[in-house]
Design a protein around this ligand. Structure first.
Ligand SMILES: CSC[C@@H](O)[C@@H](O)C(=O)COP(=O)(O)O
Length: 382
């Protein structure tokens, strides 16, 4: 079950309203999510008391972004365990709530395997629930630490590729504190460049159809005080042609063993543009996003979203009265079919570098990614 309440401080910085937190009120533990579908219009929190509510929040993108999905999945397993629900069933439902971001499966696995191990050893469900919660908290902390290290490595890479600063960086989708236990992935690098005076401008792709760039990245950029400009996704080409982009920074939802990168749909065209215009295309992601069990890009399952997300426009306010299937305003003739993949896959040859908390891989090869994973203390799905 999910309850919701509006946050009192509408002008607080995003870091003061965490994307997600675990709370233990007298009525019992809950997972509190900042509902990202309502941003930037209002800060509304969703209070989940069970895994089905969290599954619904994941599917509707109230909670989203690869690293945060992993953290949420882990807490979801813990929530089922501490409240005495079916933990195996909750883990299965959570794992399959969205298919592309491997971090979700990794997070669920971390908490679920911790639960199973303690249950097998002690036979005590309370101890097992404690282990699941400890695993979720640990993942949450590790993600915050990974953010810091990704920002450091990313900043060093920018300095190497573009000495002297004055960077004009183009980004796509949303990769900041709203998707992370810390300051995020690609956005954390842009933020580090901003704080050190090296960022001249952040170009923010609006990210059709759900506008994660316009609604969420612009929200984070505005609050950080950095210079940013919003553009429609299809304006990126003319921006490159005008010589206005020095680097592209994006996150990732799954990186296959061959270095293919699944990220928000629209990333691949940016990589093609970047190559044509001799601009570095840099992917920033925690090691948990590298999935050595998926051999190549063609093997990555790409989530297909409902057509109404394309045939209607929605704003992050209350649903419009009399609206169509998705609650938005129809912009295409009724009955129009839509192609709406949530992600696309960029082949490794178009990726200049992959920046992780363990360091940077460039050129992107299977061997370098395998070595990175071996070095990492992160647990991936076995
Ligand atoms: C650090 S976030 C990397 C990706 O998860 C992000 O770019 C993205 O594609 C998110 O997609 P979303 O569908 O909003 O969950």
């Amino acid at each position: 079950m999910a309850d919701q309440h509006a946050h009192s401080g509408g002008d607080k910085r995003p870091t003061e309203v965490p994307a997600l937190r675990w709370e233990e009120p007298p009525e019992g533990p809950v997972l509190v999510l900042l509902d990202q579908t309502r941003l930037p219009a209002e800060e509304v929190e969703l209070v989940c008391t069970d895994a089905p509510a969290l599954v619904e929040a994941i599917r509707s993108l109230s909670v989203r972004g690869a690293p945060l999905l992993g953290i949420a999945g882990a807490y979801g397993v813990a929530l089922a365990a501490v409240r005495g629900y079916d933990v195996d069933g909750a883990a299965a439902e959570l794992r399959s709530a969205r298919p592309t971001a491997v971090n979700l499966a990794v997070g669920v696995h971390r908490a679920h395997s911790a639960h199973q191990a303690v249950l097998a050893r002690t036979g005590d469900p309370r101890q097992a629930a404690g282990a699941a919660l400890a695993a979720a908290r640990q993942l949450h902390r590790e993600d915050a630490e990974a953010s810091v290290r990704m920002a450091e490595h990313g900043l060093a890479l920018l300095e190497e590729l573009l000495p002297g600063g004055g960077h004009r960086i183009l980004t796509h989708c949303n990769t900041g504190s709203l998707v992370s236990g810390g300051e995020g992935t690609a956005f954390a690098v842009a933020l580090a460049a901003h704080r050190t005076g090296r960022l001249r401008r952040l170009w923010v792709d609006e990210t059709r159809p759900l506008l994660q760039g316009a609604r969420l990245t612009a929200y984070e950029a505005a609050r950080s005080g950095m210079a940013y400009t919003l553009l429609t996704d299809n304006a990126a080409g003319s921006l490159f042609a005008a010589g206005e982009v020095d680097a592209v920074l994006v996150g990732a939802d799954r990186i296959a063993a061959d270095g293919s990168v699944a990220n928000k749909v629209g990333s691949y065209p940016l990589a093609v543009l970047a190559r044509y215009h001799h601009v570095p295309f840099i992917v920033v992601a925690p090691v948990t996003t590298v999935d050595l069990r998926t051999p190549d890009g063609a093997s990555i399952e790409v989530e297909q979203r409902p057509g109404h997300e394309v045939t209607e426009v929605t704003a992050p306010q209350a649903p419009v009265a009399g609206a169509e299937a998705g609650g938005g305003i129809p912009v295409a003739p009724l009955g129009t079919q839509a192609y709406n993949p949530a992600f696309d896959v960029t082949p490794p040859e178009l990726v200049t570098a992959i920046v992780t908390e363990e360091g940077t891989v460039s050129p992107v090869t299977t061997e370098a990614l395998a070595e990175l994973c071996a070095r990492s203390r992160q647990v991936t799905i076995s």
